[in-house]
Ligand binder design. Sequence first.
Ligand SMILES: C[S@@+](CC[C@H](N)C(=O)[O-])C[C@H]1O[C@@H](n2cnc3c(N)ncnc32)[C@H](O)[C@@H]1O
Length: 246
Amino acid sequence: MEKIINLILGLFNLRLIKTTHLKNISNNLGYISAKETVKSAQQEGLSVCDYVEKIWNQVGETKKVIDSMEKLGVFEKINPTVCEIGTGTGRYMEKFIEKCNPERYESYETAQDWSDWLNKNYNIISLETNGHSLKNTKDNSIDIIHSHGVFVYLPFFDSLRYFKEIERVTSTNSYIIFDCITDDCLNKKSLNKWLNSDYNFPRILPEKYIFDFFPSNKYKLIGKFFTPYGQGKSKYFVFKRTDLDQ
Ligand SMILES: C[S@@+](CC[C@H](N)C(=O)[O-])C[C@H]1O[C@@H](n2cnc3c(N)ncnc32)[C@H](O)[C@@H]1O
């Protein structure tokens, strides 16, 4: 069937391609459906967080990341203002809220079904998203901004656009936490596992650009750690804004 369709499309210089690399991961690129995921979690008697941890073979990993953030002092402020990019199923959001009871929690999520679901089920604000800006968030208004499993696959320029926006919405003493895939996440073994999988979505983000956008005279790197991700691992960066040059 695919061949026939491609023969016809070929007349117009077009071709049908499979998007297997989007399997189960991300969004306009094909993220898991909110309705089906919530239903399956309910059928198994699990919370959505526990359910997705189970299907993604990541049991306990969300808590580990939140605990690492806590050890680094991210939750020092009570009732902070928070922004999350790519909140998805809300599995980090849920544990995050338990830790520090945010005064305001803004979420930018491109999958409309999850964005609506989060808005309905939690005390957060799902903001309109264009995939690269935080345009509905005020300058200098955010104490903690975080993102999990998003910069691992965003187009390079969109990651950098978000970094610029992070600078705009944070101020002195704000925390910035995100993971991405840097060179050192890919050793020979994990690279082979990725190559032997159907997945093509990861994007490598060289550390150089991270430190160009979060320079040491303005941001103190207070922690880096790895977490299991896909066929290998991703690397977390935790910065605290110091604005030493001001
Ligand atoms: C792999 S999921 C991770 C979800 C959640 N943070 C977690 O770790 O379980 C990536 C999430 O980012 C969202 N997303 C994809 N592109 C985005 C973009 N440009 N801006 C904001 N969110 C995006 C997807 O819809 C999805 O919810």
